[in-house]
Write a protein that binds this ligand. Structure first.
Ligand code: PLP
Length: 415
C-alpha cells in the first residue's frame, strides 16, 4: 500500500512486478560506474563481462541448467520468437508442423501465425473447461513432420499449469524412436519464481523467461537452449551471446535478472507458501461473500499467485475501473487494451459463455501482498459488485426473459 491518502493495492502481478530493492541496488553501479561494453578487452569491458557471467550462473542455478545454455535477450516475447522461429527454420527440411495450444500468450500465437503464412502447419490444442492441455491430444497431434511442440508452463490469465513433464517424456520417447528433429519449448514466463522450475526434470529443450515477472527489470529475459540443440539466430550482427543473439548486452538489466533469480531461488519455498495461503483465502472468502461468482481454471493445478473469477451480470471493465477508483489494481479477461470488449482467447478457449467472459477478473498476488490488502479487497468488492448488478442491462435482460438462473435480489430491487 502507498500513495498520498489513497490506499493503493497492486494485485496485477501477472502483468508485471515491482523491482526488488536488492535488485535495484545490484543494477545501479552498472549504469554509472561499471558501464563498460562487455565486448571490450580492457578493464571496463572485462568487469561488465564478468557481471554478465555471474548473472548467467545465477539464472542457471535457478533453472538447474548450465550457464552456456542461457542466452540473454530482451524479454519473454523475444525468447518465444527465437525459440519458435529458430527451431522451425533450423529443421525446415525435416518437417513443417508445430503443435501449440489455444491459450498461449500472443508472443507464441502471433509467431505461429507468421509461420503459418510462410507455409508451416500449426495445430492449436484445446484446453477444455479446466484450462489444461490433455496429453492424449498432444500424442494424437504428433506427426513425423512435427519439429516443435510449444506449450506454456503456466497460463497468464488463469494460472493453470500445463503437463510439461508428461509432454517432455512423450517428446523424448519419440526422439529415441528416431524423430531427432522433434523439440519441446515452454514459455515459463508465468511460472518461474512462483513454483520450482527445473529444465531437466521438465524435459524441455527450450524455455522462455522474463525478468519483470519476478521482481526484476523490464526489457530483459532469457532463452534456455539445451546443450546440443541447434537454433537459427533471429538477430543478426555481432558475435554476442555465442552468436545466438546479436546486440550489445544490457549489463545492468542482466545483472538485475541475475539478482532477481538468486532471490527467487533462495526465497522460493517461503514465497510460494505465503502467497498460496493468501490466494486461497481470497478465493474462499470471495466465493463466500459474493453471490453468483464462478472460479475459472482448474483450482488444484495452477500457480499459487493467480485467481480468476467470472462475476455473473457484471461487466469486467466496469468492475475493474470501480476497483481502481478504490485503489485496487486488477485486470480483466477482455482484450480491452485493443479497444475491443470481446472476452479473451483464453476465456473463449475454456468455453465460457460470452457474458461470463465479459465479467471476468484476474487477481494476481506477489510476495509483497499482505493479509490486510486482501481483507480490504474483500470488504470493498461485494458492495461494488452489488451496485454494478443493480445497473446492469445484462441482469435486467436476463430477468425479463426469465431464462437461466434467478437474477440476484438486488437487481429486482432496482428494476
Ligand atoms: N509469455 C507470457 C506467458 C507472458 O505472460 C508474457 C507477458 O505478459 C510474455 C510472454 C511476454 O513477456 P515480455 O513482456 O517480457 O515480452
Amino acid at each position: 500500500m502507498e500513495g498520498k491518502g489513497t490506499k493503493r493495492i497492486y494485485l496485477d502481478n501477472s502483468a508485471t512486478t515491482r523491482v526488488d530493492d536488492e535488485v535495484m541496488q545490484a543494477m545501479l553501479p552498472y549504469f554509472t560506474e561499471a558501464y563498460g561494453n562487455a565486448s571490450s578487452l580492457h578493464h571496463w569491458g572485462q568487469r561488465a563481462k564478468q557481471a554478465i557471467e555471474e548473472a548467467r550462473q545465477q539464472v542457471a542455478l535457478l533453472l538447474n541448467a548450465s550457464p552456456p545454455e542461457i542466452t540473454f535477450l530482451s524479454g519473454g516475447t523475444e525468447a518465444d520468437n527465437l525459440a519458435i522461429k529458430g527451431i522451425a527454420e533450423t529443421h525446415a527440411e525435416r518437417g513443417h508442423h508445430i503443435i501449440t495450444s489455444q491459450i498461449e500468450h500472443p508472443a507464441v500465437l502471433a509467431t505461429c501465425g507468421q509461420l503459418e503464412k510462410a507455409g508451416w502447419r500449426v495445430t492449436y490444442l484445446p484446453v477444455y473447461r479446466e484450462g489444461i492441455v490433455r496429453i492424449e491430444d498432444v500424442r494424437a497431434a504428433l506427426g513425423d513432420d512435427t519439429v516443435l511442440v510449444t506449450i506454456m508452463h503456466a497460463n497468464n490469465e488463469l494460472g493453470t499449469l500445463q503437463p510439461i513433464k508428461e509432454i517432455g517424456a512423450l517428446v523424448k520417447e519419440r526422439r529415441q524412436a528416431g524423430q531427432r528433429h522433434l523439440h519441446l519449448h515452454t514459455d515459463a514466463v508465468q511460472s518461474v519464481g512462483k513454483i520450482p522450475v527445473d529444465v531437466k526434470d521438465l524435459g524441455v529443450d527450450l524455455l522462455s523467461l522474463s525478468a519483470h515477472k519476478l521482481h526484476g527489470p523490464k526489457g530483459v529475459g532469457l532463452l534456455y537452449v539445451r546443450r546440443g540443440v541447434r537454433l537459427h539466430s533471429q538477430m543478426h550482427g555481432g558475435h554476442h551471446e555465442r552468436d545466438r543473439r546479436a546486440g550489445t548486452e544490457s549489463v545492468p538489466l542482466i545483472v538485475g535478472l541475475g539478482q532477481a533469480a538468486e532471490l527467487a531461488r533462495l526465497q522460493l519455498a517461503e514465497r510460494m507458501n505465503r502467497i498460496r495461503e493468501l490466494r486461497d483465502y481470497l478465493d474462499a472468502e470471495l466465493l463466500k461473500r459474493v453471490p453468483d461468482v464462478a472460479r475459472n481454471g482448474d483450482p488444484s493445478r495452477r500457480v499459487p499467485n493467480v485467481a480468476n473469477f467470472s462475476f455473473e451480470h457484471v461487466e469486467g471493465e466496469g468492475l475493474m475501473i470501480s476497483l481502481d477508483l478504490k485503489g485496487i489494481a486488477v485486470s480483466t479477461g477482455s482484450a480491452c487494451s485493443s479497444g475491443s470488449t470481446e472476452p479473451s482467447h483464453v476465456l473463449t478457449a475454456i468455453g465460457l459463455p460470452r457474458d461470463a467472459g465479459h465479467g471476468s477478473l484476474r487477481f494476481s498476488l506477489s510476495k509483497e501482498t499482505t493479509k490486510e490488502e486482501i481483507d480490504y479487497v474483500l470488504e470493498v468488492l461485494p458492495p461494488l459488485v452489488e451496485k454494478l448488478r443493480r445497473m446492469s442491462p445484462l441482469a435486467k435482460q436476463k430477468q425479463q426473459s426469465g431464462s437461466g438462473k434467478q437474477a440476484p435480489e438486488t437487481v429486482s430491487a432496482s428494476s
